[in-house]
Ligand binder design. Structure first.
Ligand code: IMP
Ligand code: MG
Length: 175
């Protein structure tokens, strides 16, 4: 059985401070047209991050990445939906996801958005688990690097639950 850790791995205050820094950094060095958030996990991060950036005419769009294929042997095929080419062509994007784990999702999203004609794509993730990487991809902007554990809260889910928690918790096997 899985249980929440006794205390949050990252509390809400620490998250708010880090997002303030990140917003300032990105806003100060990257002039982009559209924030593209990956549903559903990035919804809280996108909401906080965009309000930590300078007031500009930035657009916000959400994209859906879903895994498909043979679930028994984790095929890592990612289907991307939710955007049409016209809006992306020639645009500079900030692609935002909740967590960079094996890297397959982010790799597929970058590939798809490039194929749609994006002019520039920079990636931003709330959390990064570098130990888990299976493809050579690095995010341009990272909120927090975390160890190899399964985490929930602040948009991240387990079976679609826990997303609404304002802080990040570890799910642990109960002894
Ligand atoms: P990747 O393709 O393996 O990098 O997986 C990225 C996706 O897996 C994320 O967008 C999350 O939806 C999910 N994921 C990976 N690790 C975690 C975790 O620790 N908690 C919740 N979701 C996770
Ligand atoms: Mg996700």
């Amino acid at each position: 059985m899985l249980n929440l850790s006794k205390a949050p791995l990252i509390d809400a205050q620490k998250i708010a401070k880090r997002i303030g820094e990140l917003g300032k950094q990105i806003g100060g060095e990257y002039d982009f047209d559209i924030i593209v958030g990956a549903m559903t996990g990035s919804f809280i991060f996108v909401a906080d991050l965009c309000r930590a950036m300078p007031r500009k005419k930035t657009q916000v769009k959400f994209i859906k990445a879903s895994s498909y294929g043979d679930s028994t042997e984790s095929s890592h095929k990612v289907k991307v939906s939710g955007l049409d080419n016209a809006k992306i062509e020639g645009a500079r994007l900030l692609l935002v996801d909740d967590i960079l784990d094996t890297g397959h999702t982010m790799q597929a999203l970058v590939k798809e958005l490039s194929a749609m004609g994006a002019k520039e794509i920079r990636t931003c993730v709330f959390l990064d688990k570098p130990e888990r990487r299976e493809v050579p991809i690095k995010a341009d902007y990272v909120g927090f690097e975390i160890p190899n554990a399964f985490v929930v809260g602040y948009g991240l889910d387990f079976a679609d639950e826990y997303r609404t928690f304002p802080d990040v918790w570890t799910l642990e096997e109960k002894q």
